[in-house]
Ligand binder design. Sequence first.
Ligand code: FAD
Ligand code: NAP
Length: 264
Amino acid sequence: MPGHKYTRETITQVTHWVPQKLFSFRVTRPAGFSFVAGQFARLGLPADDAPGAAPEIWRAYSMVSAPQHDMLEFYSIVVPGGQFTPRLARLAAGDAIYVDQSAFGFLTLDRFEPGGNLWLIATGTGLSAYLSLLQDPNTWLLFDRIILVHGVRQAAELAYRKQILDWVANGPPCPQAKSLAKLAYLPIATRETLDHTPRERITTLIASGQLETLAGCALDPAKSKVMLCGNPDMLLEARKLLSERGFAVGRRGSPGNLALENYW
Ligand SMILES: Cc1cc2nc3c(=O)[nH]c(=O)nc-3n(C[C@H](O)[C@H](O)[C@H](O)COP(=O)(O)OP(=O)(O)OC[C@H]3O[C@@H](n4cnc5c(N)ncnc54)[C@H](O)[C@@H]3O)c2cc1C
Ligand SMILES: NC(=O)c1ccc[n+]([C@@H]2O[C@H](COP(=O)([O-])OP(=O)(O)OC[C@H]3O[C@@H](n4cnc5c(N)ncnc54)[C@H](OP(=O)(O)O)[C@@H]3O)[C@@H](O)[C@H]2O)c1
């Protein structure tokens, strides 16, 4: 749209994972929209449903799709009474959505020195950013092992589980990165019992050392890089636990071994 810092795009596909709670959608990719895996876009909707009204409500959304894809994919919660998500959840293929021209965010691999093990730890929709990273060949080329930990309330909220299990079994979705890093996937539910993982919060599992046992790999600050994404309370508590073990966010000129993204 001439004169605007955003473009009007079209929703091409919607998938409902958990009715009234979790859905994903694809959007036409704006011409010239570039991003690095792990970054987020700003999506806009008009304040009311009047056709052609300008976007007034904007929210951050991590890309699920990878930089090489020709569309953008997002994964969203529905917050009851929220200003944005109940309206977003009503959209269907063919409807319009607005996308800010710039991508933002620092939950990206350039925060870390390459090598060692990459821990991707998320609650809820915090998984989004990691799905983009896992579809980027670089992620599989830069690390020896990748451990994806996804904490949710109920098993049904383990969205994208089939795709992830396929990557665990058959390697990355990018042929040029075949047979490099190995992926471990630890789905964790707190309000339902799963077969292979305990019914505990991720933070409890970090504190007890059980997360390392489940992953078969130590959370050693000399060999591990950790990303945390999702619920800000989880981030706060996990950051404290990891800081006590020697994990720290990088500073200008000195890469760290911890990176975080709060979703609210
Ligand atoms: C960098 C960044 C990236 C984000 N990426 C995503 C994403 O990929 N998918 C996504 O669904 N949301 C994402 N969010 C959150 C998103 O921007 C909105 O907050 C969310 O869509 C809710 O909008 P709302 O207007 O309906 O409710 P809001 O008024 O924005 O939020 C109301 C309350 O809902 C809860 N809430 C908000 N977002 C979430 C969430 N994702 N999961 C659980 N509870 C939540 C919080 O308690 C919050 O205070 C991201 C936020 C940031 C800052
Ligand atoms: N649940 C519903 O039926 C429902 C329906 C529609 C919409 N919603 C909306 O969904 C939102 C919640 O979304 P969500 O379930 O994806 O997110 P969430 O509340 O962040 O829960 C996701 C996971 O994070 C865990 N967690 C929460 N706080 C933590 C902490 N401090 N440390 C470690 N782990 C922590 C939760 O464990 P615990 O289970 O122990 O908290 C759960 O396993 C609500 O705000 C509501 O608006 C909920």
